[in-house]
Design a protein around this ligand. Structure first.
Ligand code: ATP
Ligand code: MG
Length: 581
């Protein structure tokens, strides 16, 4: 377990070591007072007189010990927390870096709830390991071991009696861990299910409110919450009895020492003061062992969480090269591309050439694979067979950053961060000046709605951009792409939500920015791509025809069908006073 976390501790190791040393000193200082106690009691049992200064010195010594304990313990905890939280930061940053290089499919498969749980809750649990279990655990084991050795030196006969409760307590603890482990996986899985369902429920609140008020999602929500409760109680039910046993036995090392030890004294095989000395020392052992074992009880949970974290870290990342972009131009070629999201293949060997300075459009029925092809060009997923090249260089040969510099992608599902609209556009080109951002917004026809917003371009986008309409979100995403000004542009239904007037203006703006660029555009409204240099008809994951609009109308019955459907949809009118015709 430590091996897995150790690389992330890095230079913070010195703080962890300092914490362990301080805690050992602290806990040792906390046990020494029992020795002073013995020094005071022992002469009394022998009927010897002691003067006040003798007692006073020991009382002061006890106070000093406690001060040392308080200082070392708090200072030690301070260091261990510095180390822990820096390590948590390293873990999170590294996990985020790895997530960025993962195929999107892996991330979707894990679910937002589970990812959130690992990022926040599970990594937070590692704090317990680093800030407490390691330094306090080590100190709380080292000190009892030392004291027990001293107890044996003082009187092995009495000391051996203290071992019995320790063995019994550890046996109960082992039993608890074993029964707990059998329930733990089910417990954690139910926690992950609950997280995912709650997040899905909140994200889908809009749909739930309108369509599903008393239906499925409420029921599923209720079910996962109940099952989480059941699994939790199940887990505790098997652990509780053992917990009660070890928690009550372990601190009571005197259980046998007092009665049997007294018999030894009566039988004169052990001196009275030795019995008192060993008893005094044993008081320091119990609580420490209990604390150390409490941490031990947490280890299986931590192991599970670290394994979960590792699983996320170990998913094979996208095939990514280290090279810069070295293509001879910005021609894009899809060569016999096969791809499936899981077992089921979605694209069955698509070959397509996009020439620099031309616009290629993808058309086809919903679900035919258009967006999938676009996402493959931006390397959201690794393809199963074939290759995708830019200027002759395979996209898996270049780094994701290098590829990103080449392609601006406006996806079908626009996502805005909950920062200002200005910052959302700035993502396109982080070093851009204010004027460049405003110009991009202007060209993407954002002026009209930005003027209406109280804070204009400084308005917050809301969670995921929820405060804007679909068309407005689209325009901000386009402004982002315009600002990026990359040589290859992919527009997936980029103007689908716009009204005709804005769409016309947008088309003019797009026409202006796509000069000399390689453009891939996807549109359902075929009138918008009629003038594309090449139109590729996708059907069930195959490219069945590719040509200009006029030629396709003659040669492809599928295109003709799509065109006619698109034209009739755009001429739909609401009859006066009647239903749609
Ligand atoms: N993340 C995903 N996981 C699994 N299957 C997916 C995923 N995204 C898309 N698919 C499936 O892949 C196929 C192609 O989807 P794609 O989004 O490429 O279609 P499209 O042509 O863009 O459709 P539309 O015109 O409706 O946007 C569909 O059958 C879809 O169900
Ligand atoms: Mg699509």
């Amino acid at each position: 377990m430590f091996k897995k976390v150790a690389p992330y501790i890095g230079e913070n190791k010195k703080y962890t070591i300092a914490a362990v040393v301080l805690m050992i000193i602290g806990i040792f200082a906390n046990t020494v007072p029992y020795f002073f106690l013995y020094q005071i009691i022992s002469p009394l049992t022998k009927g010897e007189s002691i003067d006040l200064s003798f007692i006073l010195i020991r009382v002061i010594a006890v106070a000093v010990c406690e001060l040392i304990f308080a200082f070392c313990y708090t200072q030690g905890l301070g260091y261990s927390h510095v180390s822990a939280y820096n390590t948590l930061k390293n873990l999170r940053v590294s996990l985020q870096g790895k997530m960025e290089k993962q195929p999107l499919g892996n991330i979707q498969e894990l679910g937002t709830g589970r990812i959130k749980k690992v990022f926040t809750d599970d990594i937070d649990q590692i704090e317990l390991l680093l800030a407490h279990a390691i330094p306090e655990g080590i100190a709380n084991i080292a000190i009892p071991v030392l004291i027990i050795i001293l107890m044996f030196i003082a009187s092995w006969k009495v000391a051996i009696l203290s071992i019995v409760p320790i063995i019994l307590g550890m046996f109960a603890m082992g039993k608890m861990m074993k029964s707990g482990l059998s329930k733990m996986n089910a417990y954690y899985e139910s926690a992950a299910r609950m997280n995912n369902t709650i997040i899905e429920y909140v994200n889908g609140m809009e749909v739930v409110k309108v369509f599903n008020k008393d239906g499925d999602s409420y029921k599923r929500f209720g079910d996962v919450v109940k099952s989480y409760r059941d699994f939790t109680l199940d887990w505790y039910r098997v652990c509780w009895p053992w917990m009660a046993i070890y928690a009550s036995i372990l601190p009571c090392l005197v259980l046998l020492m007092v009665p049997v030890g007294s018999l030894f004294v009566i039988g004169e095989s052990v001196a009275m003061d030795k019995l008192i000395l060993v008893l005094c020392m044993s008081f320091a052992v119990g609580p420490s062992i209990l604390k150390a074992l409490n941490f031990a009880g947490k280890f299986p949970q931590l192991n599970y969480k670290i394994a979960e974290l590792e699983k996320m870290m170990e998913h094979p990342p996208l095939k990514e090269g280290k090279s810069e972009f070295k293509g001879r131009n910005r021609d894009v070629s899809f060569n016999n591309v096969h791809f499936g999201y899981g077992e089921k293949e979605v694209l069955h060997g698509i070959s397509l050439e996009l020439k620099q300075g031309t616009t290629t459009a993808l058309v086809g029925e919903s679900g035919s694979g258009k967006s999938t092809l676009a996402k493959l060009l931006v390397h959201y997923y690794d393809i199963d067979q074939g290759s995708i090249e830019i200027g002759g260089q395979d996209i898996t040969d270049m780094s994701l950053e290098a590829l990103n510099d080449q392609v601006a992608y406006v996806s079908q599902e626009q996502f805005l961060f909950n920062t200002s609209l200005y910052e959302n556009i700035l993502i396109g080109k982080p070093g851009a000046t204010g004027d460049e951002v405003l110009d991009a917004a202007h060209r993407a026809q954002c002026d009209e709605f930005l003027e209406r917003l109280p804070l204009g371009i400084e308005t917050l986008a809301g969670d995921g951009g929820k405060q804007l309409s679909g068309g407005e979100r689209q325009r901000i995403s386009l402004a982002r792409a315009i600002l990026k000004n990359a040589p290859i542009i992919v527009l997936d239904e980029a103007t689908a939500f716009m009204d005709p007037e804005n769409e016309e203006k947008m088309k003019a703006a797009i026409d202006e920015i796509i000069k000399d660029k390689t453009v891939l555009v996807i549109a359902h409204r075929l009138s918008t791509i009629k003038n594309a240099d090449k139109i590729c008809v996708i059907k069930d994951g195959n490219c069945i025809a590719a040509d200009t609009h006029d030629k396709l109308l003659e040669s492809s019955s599928e295109y003709k069908k799509l065109w006619e459907a698109s034209v009739s949809a755009s001429t739909w009118k609401i009859k006066e006073g009647g239903p749609a015709a």
